[in-house]
Structure formats: structure tokens, C-alpha cells
Design a protein around this ligand. Structure first.
Ligand code: EPZ
Length: 421
């Protein structure tokens, strides 16, 4: 028997829930500990598969790591003398590519295999490599791995990105934090986790200005001292819970989030007829079940995030009228809609655009997650549907959502997991 998640739909989510620390921040901040010259401590990490993969990678590189899930991770990078990440470890998560920037910054040499992660498009890393080369590294792609070395050290430089890239911006920040001189990144990404990584590095003594704008200035320093740092809450988990609350016609307060990070989603939910209100660190989402269809075009921050397009388009399958989804970031991020069609959704997909005609009800069916956020979309669909939905390959969901069944059950969802053999 294969592992599957079982959801009996139709129960409104009600109550209060706390959001976990950000996955996409955690996967940048943990490699960044390698740049520190003293032990440092990270708090508010989400208890998810990607974090465990990074613990193994840091240990394999020689760092001492003490990880107490939901409390802290203490990393002493001083004994780390490794500079190569194995094929198996590189494949365990997309963000293994941050080891390139972190190891280059630490010891001017790095070898990492091309990353794994979700199959949502081609996802090249040419801009990361261009950034390393601008800082003086020799970068080669050999036998499925990237080898980067800067024999004369990394020298600060101007880096112009051809496309706005979150990973590229983070990787160049990591490599440049201890380079000689100043690096200026133009056309930088502005996502909240870029600001969070800059704050973490600055808390250790780095000199980074402008994170959160499209020009970031990094004055290289020689030494980074110890720090204790708590990562920001997960923007995408917050959004997924907001969508799930609306989808089940529920009333949910999400605590510990940053409402300003959620503005693009909140605006769309309001446009649909969902009630959204917020305070300093909480958002309340209420729905009476009457939803209007809306159009979504994914964009870089502060636009509508691609990572929420999938759960949001699941919600739109039962909204009144037509909704048009344009996925501009990835070429292959609409596969969840084909699965949700098995549950009765009316969807036409043309290249990167989906046209959804809202139906009154979805019906439980066996469906398969194809990537992390597709999995989240299927959970939303299952919560809305009549009857029982079986979600296969739920391990994708574990890559980015901490204890998702427990959180949803605490709000009244009927959800469980059957382990595979
Ligand atoms: C990050 O991926 C996130 N991952 C993704 O979250 C998120 O979808 C994405 O940013 C966009 O917000 C992590 O933070 C670990 P990009 P990343 O570089 O860095 C093209 C999730 O579900 N591009 O901003 O890989 C690329 O093909 C994941 O949590 C190049 O052409 O995204 C894409 O079309 C999935 N060359 C676009 O830019 C490059 O060198 C944006 O990619 C780099 C990117």
C-alpha cells in the first residue's frame, strides 16, 4: 500500500492556529551559519524535511550541529573543513544550491551537485553562477555538479541580474558577505526572506544595506561574530491557512504571522468576498461561502506569489463565475488543476494559463501530489469536497508544512495519514 493522506471534506475550519517559521528563510539562514566565525543559534525553525536535510549536510561538512526541533539549532561551524556536498544530499532539497554561496564565502571553494526539489519548470541557476563569476570565482559545470573556486579570494563587484531571482540574490549575498570590497546587486529580488537573511548576516556583523529593494549593497567584512536569531514566520504557510479557512467557509485566526507580507493574498480574498482583518501579528479570515471568481497573475514580491497560486486556484474552482490564472514565474505549475479536475473542477489549461469555471461542489477522489504547493492545493480541494479525498505522495507536503495534519485537525478538519508499506 502506498502512503496517503485522507480528508473528509465539508467541515468548516474554526479556531486559532500559530504559523511556523519560514521554510524559504530557514533554508537560506542555515547554510549562512557556515559564514560565522563563532557558534550561532537559530530559533523558530520549522520542523520540516528540508531542515533535517540541511542538518545532515552541515554535519557532513564537519560542522557541529545541535538541533532541538521547535526550540533551537546551534551550529558551531569552526570544525567544518568540507567543501563538497554529495549527489545524494544535493538532491534532497532545492536549496542545497545555497551551499555554493555559503561555502564560497567561507573558504573560496565549493562543489555541489545540481539541486533537487519540486518539478515545476526548468529552474536554471545561470544567474547565480554569473554572480559568483563576477566576484572572481571560476565556475565549472562538470558531471552534474557545479565546482566554484576563487583562488585569489572573492572580490566585491557589481552584479546585474537578467531576471529577478530569489535564489540568485541570496546566493550572491552569501558569497559577498565576506568578500574583499563592496558588491552591489542590481535587479535584486525583494521577498521577505531576502530581508531576513540580510538581518541575520547583519546581526553577526555583516554590512548589508538595501535588502527589500532592488539594489542591495554588501560591504565585505573579515569576521562574523556569534548571534542568536529567530527566522520570520512562513508567508506561504500563513497564506495556505488563510485560503483553507476561506475554502471551508470557516472562521480562523492565524497567530504569529506578518500581515504586511500577506497583502497581495488578502486583497484577492477580499475581492472574492472573503472577510480578512488583521492586527500586528495575527490575521482573521471569515467566509460566508459566497465567493466571486477573480483573476490571478503571479509576480515577484510584492505581487501575488507563485507559491500561493496553487492553493488559491484550488479555492477558485468553486468560486462563482470565471477565474483566469496566469503563472508567469514557472512553466509547469498548473498540474494540480488537472488532479482537481478529477474531483469535478472545470478547468482549461493552455500553456501557463488556466481558465477556471466555478462549480458548486467538488467530490472526493484519489489524487496525487506532484510537488509541494500542488500538495497544499490538493489539501485545500479535499477540505472543500464532498466525501473522502485520498492524496497520494503526501511526502511532498512535508517538505514545506510543519505538522499540517495536526494543525488542520486542531481547527476541526477530518484529516489523517496512512503510512505506506
Ligand atoms: C524561490 O525559488 C523559492 N525557493 C520558491 O519556493 C519560489 O517559488 C521562488 O523563489 C519564487 O518566489 C526557495 O526559496 C528555496 P527564482 P528560486 O530564482 O530561488 C528563473 C516553494 O514552493 N531563473 O526566484 O529557485 C527561474 O527559472 C518554492 O516553496 C533563471 O532563469 O526561484 C524562474 O522562472 C518553489 N535563472 C524565475 O527565474 C536563474 O539563475 C524565478 O526563480 C535563476 C532563476
Amino acid at each position: 500500500m502506498k502512503e496517503r493522506m485522507l480528508i473528509t471534506g465539508g467541515n468548516p475550519l474554526e479556531g486559532e492556529v500559530r504559523v511556523s517559521g519560514g521554510k524559504n528563510t530557514a533554508v537560506a539562514v542555515i547554510p549562512a551559519t557556515l559564514l560565522c566565525d563563532e557558534p550561532c543559534t537559530i530559533e523558530n525553525l520549522p520542523d520540516i524535511a528540508d531542515v533535517y536535510a540541511l542538518v545532515d549536510i552541515l554535519r557532513a561538512l564537519g560542522a557541529e550541529v545541535e538541533y532541538v526541533p521547535n526550540l533551537f539549532m546551534r551550529v558551531d561551524p569552526r570544525p567544518a573543513d568540507g567543501w563538497q556536498v554529495s549527489y545524494r544530499d544535493s538532491q534532497r532539497l532545492r536549496a542545497s544550491y545555497y551551499l555554493l554561496g555559503a561555502l564560497l564565502g567561507r573558504r573560496c571553494e565549493a562543489e555541489v551537485y545540481l539541486p533537487g526539489g519540486c518539478a515545476i519548470g526548468a529552474r536554471p541557476i545561470d544567474q547565480h553562477l554569473k554572480g559568483f563569476a563576477a566576484l572572481g570565482a571560476e565556475v565549472e559545470q562538470l558531471g552534474g555538479r557545479i565546482v566554484a573556486k576563487a583562488e585569489n579570494g572573492l572580490i566585491g563587484s557589481d552584479v546585474f541580474f537578467d531576471v529577478v531571482t530569489v535564489g540568485g540574490t541570496i546566493n550572491v549575498m552569501l558569497a559577498a558577505a565576506k568578500a574583499q570590497g563592496t558588491t552591489i546587486i542590481y535587479n535584486a529580488a525583494k521577498e521577505p526572506h531576502i530581508v531576513d537573511l540580510a538581518n541575520f548576516l547583519n546581526s553577526m556583523g555583516a554590512k548589508i544595506k538595501g535588502a527589500g529593494t532592488d539594489v542591495i549593497r554588501i560591504r565585505g567584512v573579515q569576521y562574523l561574530h556569534k548571534a542568536t536569531y529567530a527566522v520570520i514566520p512562513d508567508q506561504i504557510e500563513t497564506g495556505t491557512l488563510m485560503i483553507a479557512a476561506a475554502a471551508t467557509h470557516g472562521d480562523v485566526v492565524i497567530h504569529g504571522c506578518i500581515p504586511t507580507h500577506m497583502e497581495a493574498l488578502s486583497a484577492k480574498l477580499l475581492e472574492m468576498g472573503v472577510r480578512v482583518s488583521d492586527s500586528d501579528d495575527a490575521i482573521r479570515v471569515r467566509s460566508n461561502g459566497v465567493h466571486r471568481g477573480v483573476n490571478i497573475k503571479t509576480q515577484v514580491y510584492p505581487g501575488f506569489p507563485t507559491d500561493l497560486q496553487q492553493p488559491m486556484s484550488a479555492l477558485l474552482t468553486t468560486a462563482k463565475g470565471t477565474s483566469i490564472i496566469q503563472e508567469t514565474i514557472y512553466e509547469s505549475r498548473l498540474k494540480h488543476l488537472t488532479e482537481i479536475s478529477r474531483m469535478g473542477a472545470q478547468v482549461r489549461i493552455m500553456d501557463r494559463t488556466a481558465i477556471i469555471e466555478g462549480v458548486t461542489d467538488l467530490y472526493g477522489a484519489p489524487i496525487t501530489a506532484t510537488d509541494l504547493r500542488a500538495g497544499a492545493a490538493l489539501v485545500v480541494a479535499g477540505l472543500m469536497a464532498r466525501g473522502v479525498t485520498e492524496i497520494y505522495e503526501p511526502h511532498y507536503i512535508d517538505r514545506g508544512y510543519e505538522h499540517i495534519e495536526d494543525k488542520l485537525r486542531s481547527l476541526g478538519a477530518v484529516i489523517s495519514r496512512e503510512k505506506g508499506e
